[in-house]
Design a protein. Structure first.
Length: 319
């Protein structure tokens, strides 16, 4: 996409001119998960087709509108519908809204999706907090000339899903008695569902779930310096695990059923108070949640995750 910065500026200026709110948080609503906006107040809505340079959603279950509203006391943007690579859009077009959100001043992005479960401990309706991703889409949204006004040529992906935000989300879920799992999401190009052979290979790679979105968005948000939290709704078990054929209608049905719990979780999720930290005379160019950051805790979680993956690979090989 040529002149990406200028196009994103034009979109951002249109949104500012037609809304009064200036949220720092944005939520992307996946297939069948649009009910979260029912809890919004003081809502302002802009159809994607009215926003200059914005793509338009073509998939069932994706409304295609940007909302600015209040969720509790927080101002939030909600993207009701996302764009997928399999729809024929370029990766830059798929991720275009996030460049616009960055110019609007958004600092945190919550991604949601409906996806298939690979981990046999999961079941339809399970909510999974993403700890990492595997990119099997065959491309990368950051390929091409880099505009330093957006971010660096070689962005770091050490922590694609913010540990601080994950800890806050887990704390919220525990307080509300909401059951959830944690795991790795594998991004698949689509639009066909995966084969049983592919799912066996993905399980051996350490994937817990598979879907057709989220990964490009995660990479671009990290590139732009926005913190990311992501939650998947397991709507079906993957090919070779479930015994019936896949159906998008069934995906939407399960997503709608689990959506109520997800809405309660995200509706009560508190992103915390942040402050900038200076170390060794240099300002860290990202925001850290002071009261949750602990390197030893991060290392422990990574070791536990690796051990879990080894055990899953062993079980798959035995089966």
């Amino acid at each position: 996409m040529e002149h990406l910065y200028e196009k994103a500026q034009e979109s951002a200026e249109y949104i500012k001119a037609h809304t009064t709110k200036r949220p720092k948080i944005a939520v992307v609503l996946g297939s069948g998960l649009g009910n979260l906006t029912a809890d919004f107040s003081e809502t302002e809505e802009l159809p994607y087709k009215d926003i200059p340079n914005f793509p338009v959603s073509t998939v069932a279950g994706h409304k295609g509108a940007l909302l600015a509203g209040k969720l509790g006391e927080k101002e939030v943007y909600a993207l009701e519908g996302r764009f997928h690579f399999y729809e024929g859009y370029s990766m830059k077009e798929v991720c275009y809204p996030f460049y616009v959100l960055k110019l609007l001043g958004v600092e945190q992005v919550v991604l949601t999706n409906a996806c298939g479960g690979i981990n046999r401990e999961f079941a339809p309706g399970t909510l999974m907090l993403l700890t990492g991703f595997i990119n099997m889409m065959g491309t990368n949204p950051l390929i091409g000339p880099n505009d330093e006004r957006f971010g660096p040529r070689f962005p770091d992906m050490t922590e694609p899903y913010s540990l601080e935000l994950r800890n806050l989300a887990k704390q919220t879920a525990d307080e509300l008695g909401i059951s959830y799992k944690e795991g790795v999401y594998l991004g698949f190009m689509g639009p066909c569902y995966e084969t049983a052979a592919e799912i066996r290979a993905f399980a051996g790679m350490g994937a817990d779930a598979v879907g057709m979105s989220t990964v490009p968005e995660t990479m671009v948000c990290n590139y732009l310096g926005m913190k990311v939290l992501a939650v998947s709704c397991i709507t079906n078990m993957a090919t070779g695990i479930q015994t019936v054929k896949h159906s998008h209608a069934r995906v939407l049905e399960i997503a709608n059923q689990a959506g109520e719990t997800l809405c309660r979780w995200l509706g009560n999720y508190d992103s915390g108070e942040y402050e900038y930290i200076e170390r060794d005379g240099f300002s860290i160019d990202r925001v850290e949640c002071v009261y949750n950051w602990d390197d030893s805790e991060y290392r422990r979680e990574e070791e536990e995750e690796e051990e879990r993956r080894r055990e899953e690979r062993r079980m798959w090989n035995e089966n």
